[in-house]
Design a protein. Structure first.
Length: 597
């Protein structure tokens, strides 16, 4: 009976084998499992183990348990529904464990559950550590090489050794990127001078965008199938949850910087508005094409077309923020330009109408999220539904946000596989790029606009810029601390990528200000780092994003793995694919091919 017949369990990635030996005569056991990360979840039945026929002859059943997080196992007497024992353990990938359930005769009749390790698990994080160390080694090697090349003696030595100016030049042009041309010889010096006199573009902005984009490509390609490179099931943050908001943030900064320079050149606001509308429309169209591939579920029809998506959200956010800036655009205050002195809060006070609109939008988000009545669900519900909240609200995934999408767009036109369906077993469709969350992505982009304002208003006053970045970073950080009570699930508003909750926005913009705080002095002020290799994809973000989505399943971005359940092989594949996109972006940069819409 039960699992007794099924002697073999096919182990998948992130699973371990658990053999349950039941020595209790005549007592059938039911095994329940729960992940520690699953918040207030109903335990899930893993299987049954029949009672032992006679003493000393335990009956055994194998089960597969997840190794991603700590497991909570509970063994119940099947008949009486009484708990026999419970234990908490972090299993290791592909380990082989035994759980011995037996009587202990110490006067009273008690049962004990002992866990024994039969075969040690593999270390599934080893490939990530190795990849990290290899990456570090490459960085150190490149730095060392650059340092050597910057030494005149070394250069002379090379010249002498090769004894041919032509070969030297060839080698140099092979190794150097245009921005690094200054390292070699005299001919490059005027260019360096020109660059520093008129900084055409802030490199730190493009570098940050490239960094977010490359991480996004890596996690979209699977991130080695590690849980921390996938989106969080519901509340909480993983590496994958960082990238999209950063991208939105940096889009806000670019909107402000490019719009100001276009307006300064005397372009009419009306023409600019037309351009903004057209770009947003294009982004949304390209986005809809990209989120509806035919390869996974067979040809789609109009009644299954997914409407929201990453580029769609970028398009809408772009439109709202750009129009907002256009409506209230003011030239950079005279005092900031001429006297190189900007009064203390000029960057904020000069944009008070925008702030007002943003605060109003945020009130709409809060009001809808917490006060919109959702049929069959508690008002203000922020949970995942499914087996969460002890299974009381299985169809309430995402509360108001989910309800609004299902109502306005329809179940069939939104994302069908939200990250919550793995851990929380949700069944309803839920779109992480839904309508309500767009409000908060506008807020995120607006914080990016603010970063752009700081960079422009206090240009050449490095100290002022750094102080402001630090202040924003701390302020937003504190705000997040209050909202979340430094808890994954128990704060007022938990950090949540699926909902794009306001605490998610404040947390990630705090991080974003921190990154700018690091990048700006290193990349733009001191010029210690050119932003390579992130700079190149950052200059061609639409192309890299669209390209990586479209060519996802093509060789050599994907190939047949020897062992489909190995993190190592997935990781290698995903790193190679990501590196290829960096290379493609670099080649296009050298050839001056940029896809701008
Ligand atoms: C797990 O360990 C048990 C006990 O040592 C052994 O009998 C069994 O064959 C092992 N299973 C696998 C799949 O290695
Ligand atoms: C949730 O939805 C499913 C399928 O639509 C339905 O069968 C089920 O009764 C619903 N549950 C509740 C509690 O409304």
């Amino acid at each position: 009976p039960g699992l007794d017949k099924k002697r073999h369990v096919e182990l998948k990635m992130d699973q371990a084998l658990l053999l349950i030996h039941n020595e209790l005569v005549g007592t059938n056991l039911t095994v329940y499992w729960n992940s520690e990360r699953c918040y207030h979840c109903l335990p899930q039945a893993l299987g049954n183990v029949s009672g032992s026929g006679e003493p000393g002859k335990p009956s055994t059943a194998p089960v597969a348990v997840s190794t991603q997080h700590t497991s909570i196992l509970q063994l119940n007497d099947t008949l009486e529904e009484k708990e026999v024992c419970r234990l908490k353990y972090k299993f290791g990938e592909f380990g082989n464990y035994s759980l011995l359930v037996k009587h202990v005769h110490n006067g009273v009749n008690e049962t004990a559950c002992d866990l024994v390790v039969n075969e040690n698990p593999v270390d599934s994080n080893l490939p990530v550590c190795i990849a990290f160390l290899v990456g570090l080694a490459v960085i150190i090697a490149v730095c060392f090489l650059r340092f050597l090349l910057s030494l005149d003696d070394f250069n002379n030595w090379i010249s002498k050794a090769i004894n041919s100016w032509e070969t030297d030049r060839l080698i140099n042009s092979e190794l150097g990127s245009p921005s690094r041309a200054g390292l070699f010889g005299d001919d490059a010096q005027p260019e360096v001078w020109r660059l520093s006199a008129v900084p055409p573009r802030l490199r730190c902005v493009d570098t940050f965008r490239g960094l977010a984009l490359i991480l996004m490509v890596f996690v979209n390609y699977g991130g080695g199938k590690y849980w921390y490179f996938k989106h969080a099931s519901w509340n909480g943050l993983t590496v994958a949850d960082l990238v999209f908001p950063w991208f939105v943030f940096i889009m806000g900064s670019s909107i402000f910087l490019s719009m100001t320079s276009i307006l300064q050149r005397g372009c009419s606001k009306f023409r600019l508005l037309g351009k903004v509308a057209w770009r947003s429309f294009l982004l949304i169209c390209i986005g809809i094409v990209i989120v509806n591939p035919n390869y996974c579920l067979g040809p789609l029809s109009w009644d299954k077309v997914r409407i929201p998506g990453v580029l769609q959200r970028l398009g809408v956010t772009y439109f709202v923020v750009a129009v907002l800036e256009l409506l209230f655009a003011k030239p950079v205050p005279e005092s900031c330009v001429s006297e190189r002195r900007c009064s203390c809060l000029q960057d904020i006070t000069s944009s008070w109408p925008q702030w007002l609109v943003i605060l109003m939008l945020e009130s709409v988000w809060l009001a809808l999220t917490f006060f919109l009545p959702v049929p069959g669900c508690p008002t203000g519900y922020l949970g995942p539904g499914g087996i969460g909240d002890l299974g009381k609200y299985p169809n309430c995934t995402g509360g108001a946000a989910g309800y609004i999408d299902r109502l306005l767009l329809g179940d069939d036109h939104i994302y069908q596989h939200p990250s919550s369906n793995v851990l929380y077993h949700t069944t309803v469709a839920y779109d992480p790029e839904g309508i309500l969350g767009t409000i908060n992505s506008i807020v995120m982009a607006f914080l990016g606009v603010q970063a752009g304002k700081i960079l422009l208003y206090y240009k050449d006053q490095t100290k002022d810029i750094l102080i402001r970045f630090t202040a924003w970073c701390c302020f937003l950080g504190l705000f997040s601390v209050v909202l979340t009570k430094v808890s994954e699930n128990e704060g007022f508003i938990p950090v949540n990528k699926n909902l794009w909750s306001i605490s998610y926005i404040t947390t990630l913009s705090s991080f974003a200000f921190f990154i700018l705080l690091i990048l700006y002095p290193i990349v733009d002020v001191k010029g210690l780092w050119t932003g390579t290799p992130f700079y190149y994809p950052g200059m061609n973000s639409i192309l890299v994003y669209v390209g990586h989505e479209v060519f996802k399943n093509y060789f050599p971005f994907q190939w047949r793995l020897q062992d489909n359940q190995s993190h190592k092989e997935h990781l290698i594949q995903n790193i190679v694919a990501t590196a290829l996109w960096v290379l493609i972006a670099y080649i296009l940069y050298r050839k001056k091919v940029f896809w701008k819409i």
